[in-house]
Design a protein around this ligand. Structure first.
Ligand code: CA2
Length: 158
């Protein structure tokens, strides 16, 4: 069974309560439960976490090295500031998809730069909570294809 850690960054615990015109009306709990439902369908084990702390996010990324196959992360404001999160993702070397609820390229200039996109296999921005579900499907397909690729090359080698 594939194992994917899903990380939500600072202030995303406030979803549903404020700024619905930018971030929608769903709570983080509702988004997590939609992710969990899809995970059951795809037979993926998901571990869902939110933190307001950069260091905690770095620790959770480092931990994935042993027991996970991939990462989905909405680093929130740390997207635009955190070399530490970028370095942690690069260090574990797992396929990572970056998700944003809003379209960061339609917003203020300072949100146009992501430190995370260079170490991610892809980025989904502007599709609201659906972005997480697309990321889960995309990462599942990516990991399944790369497992199959490994099997095929092992078979070819023998
Ligand atoms: O669009 C996204 O998902 C963001 O990652 C959200 C971050 C923002 O800093 C990024 O530029 C884009 C902000 C998350 C704050 O979430 C709130 C939710 C409800 C009320 C207030 C903030």
């Amino acid at each position: 069974m594939l194992r994917i850690r899903v990380l939500h960054g600072p202030n995303l615990n406030l979803l549903g309560s404020r700024e619905p015109s930018i971030y929608g009306t769903l709570s983080l709990e509702a988004i997590d439960s939609a992710i969990s439902k899809l995970a059951v369908e795809l037979a993926v084990k998901v571990d869902l976490r939110q933190s307001n702390s950069e260091g905690e996010l770095v620790t959770w990324i480092q931990e994935t090295r042993e027991e996970y196959d991939g990462i989905i992360i909405n680093p929130a404001a740390y997207t635009h500031t955190s070399i530490a999160i970028r370095d942690a993702i690069a260090a574990v070397g797992l396929p990572t998809i970056e998700v944003h609820l809003s379209n960061i390229y339609q917003r203020e200039e300072f949100r146009h730069r992501s430190y995370i996109s260079g170490v991610s296999i892809g980025q989904i921005s502007g599709l609201g909570p659906t972005g997480y579900l697309l990321a889960l499907r995309g990462l599942h397909d990516h990991l399944t294809a790369s497992k199959r690729g490994k099997l095929t090359s092992a078979q070819t080698a023998s």
